[in-house]
Design a protein around this ligand. Structure first.
Ligand code: AMP
Length: 286
C-alpha cells in the first residue's frame, strides 16, 4: 500500500523562510496556526479555518518555555511530534514548523514583549509571567513565518485579545482570525491538559462550562455581574473543583470591568478553576 507522503517539516528559521519564500514567489497566501502540540480536534479546526482563508498553511509546534513558570507543567507537557505531524498532514496543513529551543532562544536572548490593557488581570493574576512569554514567542513566530493570516482559538479568549492588541501596537502586517472553541459532549472545552484528568475529575470538569452558561443566562435576565459571578464561584466549589481563580463578566472587546448599565450582549464571561493539579479555563459570549 502506498504510504501518504510525510508532512514537510522545517526545524530552522532559514528552512522555514526558504519554503515560505517559494510560495510567496508563486503569489500564494500564507496562513499560520501556532500550537504547543498534543494536537486535538480544536487545533485541527483552526488548521481547517486557515486552509479556507489561505493557499498554504504552516502550523508550528513549539512548547514555549517562557510561558511556563517554575513548578508548572513545562517538563511534563505532552509531546508527540510524529502523531501531531500525521494529524496535521491529514487536515491539509502544508508545513510543520518545529524549532528546537535554541533556535527560538539563542544564547544571549534578552528581549521580552510586555503588554498592559487586555493582558491585565484574569490569567495574569494567577500566571504573571504568562502573557509576556506568549507575546514574545508569538512576535517571533509571526516574524519568522510572515503569514497573511494567523488563527488563534477563542478558547484562550484573553490571549486572542492580547494578540490582536500586539499586532496593532507593533504594526505587524497580519490579520488575526479567531476560531470557535471545540468541545466535548458535556461542554468541556477540548484541551491538551484534559489528558491529565482522571475519571472522577473529568466528570467534575464538565461543570465549568455548564456554570458559565448559567452566568450568561442570569446576566441576560438582568442580574448584576458581581452577584452572578459569586454564585458561580460557589457552584464550582460545590461541583467538586478545588479552587476557583476567577469567574468574571467583562467587556468582550477590552476585558474591562463593565459599567453597571452595560447591555448583556456586550459581555464575555470567563472562568478558570482548578481540580487536582489541573487548571481549566473557559469562556463564552453572553
Ligand atoms: P495550545 O497548543 O494550547 O497553545 O493552543 C494552540 C491554539 O489552539 C491556541 O490558539 C488555542 O486557543 C487553540 N485551541 C486550544 N483548544 C482549543 C479548542 N478546544 N477549540 C479551538 N481552539 C483551541
Amino acid at each position: 500500500m502506498p504510504q501518504p507522503n510525510p508532512l514537510d517539516a522545517a526545524r530552522t528559521v532559514e528552512e522555514l523562510r526558504a519554503r515560505v519564500a517559494a510560495w510567496r514567489k508563486e503569489g500564494l497566501r500564507i496562513g499560520f496556526v501556532p500550537t504547543m502540540g498534543a494536537l486535538h480536534e480544536g487545533h485541527l479546526s483552526l488548521v481547517r479555518l486557515a486552509a479556507e482563508r489561505a493557499d498554504k498553511v504552516v502550523a508550528s509546534v513549539f512548547v514555549n518555555p517562557t510561558q511556563f513558570a517554575p513548578g508548572e507543567d513545562f517538563e511534563s507537557y505532552p509531546r508527540n511530534e510524529a502523531r501531531d505531524a500525521g494529524l496535521l498532514q491529514q487536515t491539509g496543513c502544508d508545513l510543520l514548523y518545529a524549532p528546537e529551543r535554541d533556535e527560538m532562544y539563542a544564547p544571549g536572548f534578552a528581549t521580552t514583549v510586555t503588554l498592559s490593557g487586555p493582558a491585565e488581570g484574569l490569567e495574569t493574576d494567577r500566571r504573571p509571567h504568562f502573557f509576556n512569554g506568549v507575546a514574545t514567542v508569538v512576535s517571533k513566530l509571526l516574524n519568522q513565518v510572515r503569514p497573511d493570516i494567523a488563527v488563534f482559538g477563542e478558547k484562550d479568549y484573553q490571549q486572542l485579545l492580547v494578540i490582536r492588541r500586539l499586532v496593532v501596537d507593533l504594526d505587524l502586517d497580519v490579520d488575526i482570525i479567531g476560531g470557535a472553541t471545540l468541545r466535548e459532549e458535556d461542554g468541556l472545552a477540548k484541551s491538551s491538559r484534559n489528558a491529565y484528568l482522571d475519571a472522577d475529575q473529568r466528570e467534575v470538569a464538565g461543570a465549568l462550562n455548564r456554570i458559565l452558561h448559567t452566568v450568561c443566562d442570569e446576566l441576560r435576565a438582568g442580574e448584576a455581574p458581581p452577584r452572578a459571578e459569586q454564585r458561580a464561584r460557589d457552584a464550582l466549589l460545590r461541583a467538586g473543583f478545588d479552587g476557583v481563580d476567577y469567574v468574571a463578566a467583562r467587556d468582550a472587546g477590552t476585558l474591562n470591568k463593565p459599567e453597571d448599565d452595560a447591555p448583556a450582549d456586550t459581555l464575555r464571561v470567563l472562568g478558570a478553576a482548578r481540580i487536582g493539579g489541573v487548571r481549566l479555563i473557559d469562556n463564552m459570549a453572553v
